[in-house]
Design a protein around this ligand. Structure first.
Ligand code: SF4
Length: 297
């Protein structure tokens, strides 16, 4: 799953973090293997990410994804002691204010450079990580020691691995303020199969979101794009809104919906950026017809 880098205005200059050297899709590893920093549009501030899938293993093939995809055979367990050490060093880097003097970051206002969250994310699908529970335990342990200001945990997932016992076990460690962001880019089987790039049943995804949403609030993350030059049709948007309503009626709690589009930098001939006005209209419909908070980033 991919978070979107943020732009900032200082004076009249717009600064795009993704342009900085050593970054992957806006992610700043600074020589680390597992932990990166990201100024994220979703959180309007600084996030730390934990890359649970360095080889880019994902069971989806979204047509807009810019990460080369590996197969399940390339699954690599996270080096948990290495991750813990990188996490500690990066938390210290932020808490001590060193980040404020870092080239590139110094042009952002300090209030954007306090830590908002630690994300379980990566170049591929994080819930496929073979030692997912160990990683979550490490993050929870780092937080519970209280050496740094509180940070919430966010799992950003396509939802395919939510049923795995080890993922369920790990989610038991999440507290109320932690969040799970699940991808839902479609309202119909056909749309789902195009947007995910795989021939999996849409009903399976919906039932996993439902199960999760009955246990804890879920954040829905939805990408809309022009497909072969055409925006989503009214029928497709209605079907999407209908799925959200249905999930709620069946007992899922949807905390909010995040609406976004393909970045221009990775647009392809099949999927390209949908203008802000269209995204805002979809968000308005979510608020009005589903009754859930919706934001565009
Ligand atoms: S779910 Fe889609 S966007 Fe996310 S990593 Fe997999 S292929 Fe890329």
């Amino acid at each position: 799953m991919k978070s979107k880098p943020m732009e900032s205005k200082k004076g009249s200059r717009r600064v795009r973090l993704v342009q900085f050297a050593g970054r992957t899709g806006g992610r700043d590893y600074q020589g680390r293997s597992w932990v990166y920093m990201l100024l994220s549009g979703q959180t309007r501030g600084l996030s730390l990410g934990v890359n649970l899938s360095p080889s880019g293993v994902c069971d989806y093939r979204c047509p807009y994804c810019d990460t080369p995809k590996a197969t399940a055979l390339d699954l690599v367990p996270v080096d948990v002691p290495g991750l813990a050490s990188e996490l500690e060093a990066t938390l210290e880097f932020i808490a001590s204010g060193q980040v404020l003097r870092q080239p590139g970051y110094s042009r952002f206002p300090p209030e954007l450079l306090s830590l908002r969250q630690v994300m379980l994310s990566g170049e591929g699908e994080p819930t496929l990580c073979p030692n997912f529970v160990d990683v979550v335990e490490t993050l929870v342990h780092a937080r519970s020691r209280g050496r740094y200001p509180f940070f919430k945990l966010v799992l950003e997932t396509n939802g395919s691995g939510l049923e795995r016992p080890e993922v369920q076990q790990a989610l038991e460690l999440f507290i109320e303020r932690d969040e799970v962001w699940v991808k839902l880019d479609a309202g119909t089987d056909q749309q789902f199969q195009f947007m995910s790039g795989v021939d999996l049943p849409f009903s399976g995804v919906l039932s996993r979101i439902l199960e999760l949403g009955r246990r804890r609030p879920v954040v829905i993350q939805s990408l809309f794009a022009r497909v072969n030059g055409s925006p989503p049709t009214g029928c497709e948007i209605d079907a999407y809104l209908g799925r959200l309503s249905q999930l709620q009626e069946q007992g899922a709690v949807i905390q909010r919906v995040q609406i976004h589009s393909v970045m221009n930098s990775i647009a392809s001939s099949r999927c390209s950026h949908l203008p802000l006005a269209s995204l805002s209209e979809i968000a308005r419909l979510v608020r009005r017809k589903v009754g859930v908070e919706a934001e565009v980033f």
